[in-house]
Design a protein around this ligand. Structure first.
Ligand SMILES: Cc1ncc(COP(=O)(O)O)c(C=O)c1O
Length: 396
């Protein structure tokens, strides 16, 4: 069975350095430990209200609901558990438009939203709703003057993401929320990349609906939540036993909910220090790129952002070759999802980047396990790979 051939060099070097924290995060061991009993002795159906097995399972779910709610200043009853942010975004957009008064048939959203908001908005457009997609400025931020021009008494819902998954920019949620309130429109935010990472408060920010996901905050995949402000009219998209206040039928997965709650509890306890540490790493990476002398640009506002995302373009470089040269780093290109279908990133396009610069882009994700040494290693390798390409091109 054993081969006498020498081990390939790639195998000896160990796993690539993980720098793709926007795609997902590794689950915290504390989270896993909290989940395990719900795969064993606490196996009850949380909706069984006539015996201890059901009560035990629901008790775990309720504790989790409290932790998730606490992190955004909501009440536990306002948290609807579901499968993730994709489902939450679908429920928020379809549910709000379908339940809106007949005179309010407009959805306002942003060009840089995640595909699950963009595609849902497009589907609603095909159903006859009026969909307005706002542009962003060259920093990736919403233009509030543009929002003002479209916000009127025909708007049912404004959906603007909290932190962008590709470029990390943080939208001015409180200012958007204030405008929505004044116009009588509901305000939804996709906070999959913001929840547990930057401070969020549904009251202070005037948010009515907020989409959340567990696997972006060191929790399990397959669970998320929609925050639904009390008395917000919403048409359910999943019909059945009437679980989750009738908004999302189906038996909850207690282990996943408990894991999500535990991840939220841990995130709440360390949000401030985590954020400070990530700013340190972000600034370290920028300083190293600046000192290197190579040509590069940061995509998205340098200040209004989540610092665990560093999206950089290297003009004149072949992006596909760069990624291939960086096999020791597990990261994605800014155009990663889109490149599979041969399209450049619509987010970078919205910032005004030309196609060739957009394809020469890396999204470097920094997370809780990332150290200063990791950043130094990554930057050294990236700078070297960029130099190799540009110096060869220069010599030709
Ligand atoms: C901004 C944003 N919205 C929605 C999603 C979808 O989340 P989920 O994987 O929980 O469905 C993601 C995940 O990639 C995201 O980054």
């Amino acid at each position: 069975m054993m081969s006498s051939a020498p081990e390939p060099a790639a195998a000896r070097r160990g796993p690539p350095l993980y720098l793709d924290y926007q795609a997902t995060t590794p689950m915290d061991e504390v989270v896993l430990a909290a989940m395990l009993p719900y795969f064993g002795a606490r196996f009850g159906n949380p909706h069984s209200s006539t015996h201890r097995y059901g009560w035990e399972a629901m008790a775990g779910v309720d504790v989790a609901r409290g932790h998730v709610a606490g992190l955004i200043g909501a009440s536990p009853e306002e948290i609807i558990f579901l499968s993730g942010a994709t489902e939450a975004n679908n429920l928020a957009l379809k549910g709000a438009l379908m339940a809106a008064p007949p005179a309010r048939r407009r959805l306002v959203t942003l060009v840089t939203e995640h595909a699950c908001v963009r595609e849902t908005a497009a589907w609603l457009g095909h159903q006859g709703y009026d969909v307005v997609v706002l542009p962003v400025d060259s920093d990736g931020l919403i233009r509030l003057d543009e929002l003002d021009t479209v916000l009127d008494d025909q708007v049912a819902l404004v959906s603007v993401m909290a932190v962008n998954n590709e470029i990390g920019v943080a939208q001015p949620l409180a200012e958007i929320g204030r405008r929505c309130r004044a116009a009588g429109a509901l305000f939804h935010t996709d906070a999959a990349q913001a929840f547990g990472k930057v401070p969020l408060d549904v009251e202070a920010m005037g948010i009515d609906l907020m989409s959340l996901s567990a696997h972006k905050i060191y929790g399990p995949k397959g669970v998320g939540a929609l925050y639904v402000r009390a008395r917000t009219p919403l048409a359910p998209q999943m019909h059945g036993g009437g679980q989750e206040r009738g908004l999302r039928s189906g038996t909850l997965a207690p282990a996943l909910c408990v894991g999500f709650g535990e991840a939220a509890r841990l995130a709440a306890a360390r949000l401030g220090p985590d954020l400070d540490r990530l700013w340190g790493l972000f600034n370290q990476a920028r300083t190293m790129l600046e000192a290197s002398g190579i040509a590069w640009r940061l995509n998205g506002s340098a200040a209004a952002r989540f610092p665990g995302n560093l999206n950089v373009s290297f003009p004149g470089v072949d992006g596909a070759r760069l990624l291939a040269d960086l096999r020791g780093l597990a990261l994605s290109s800014g155009a990663a999802c889109a490149s599979a279908v041969g399209k450049p990133s619509y987010v970078l396009d919205a910032l005004g980047l030309d196609k060739s610069t957009a394809q020469a882009t890396l999204r470097i994700g920094l997370g809780r396990p990332t150290t200063a040494d990791d950043v130094a290693t990554a930057m050294t390798v990236i700078v070297q790979a960029v130099r190799e390409q540009t110096e060869v091109a220069w010599r030709r």
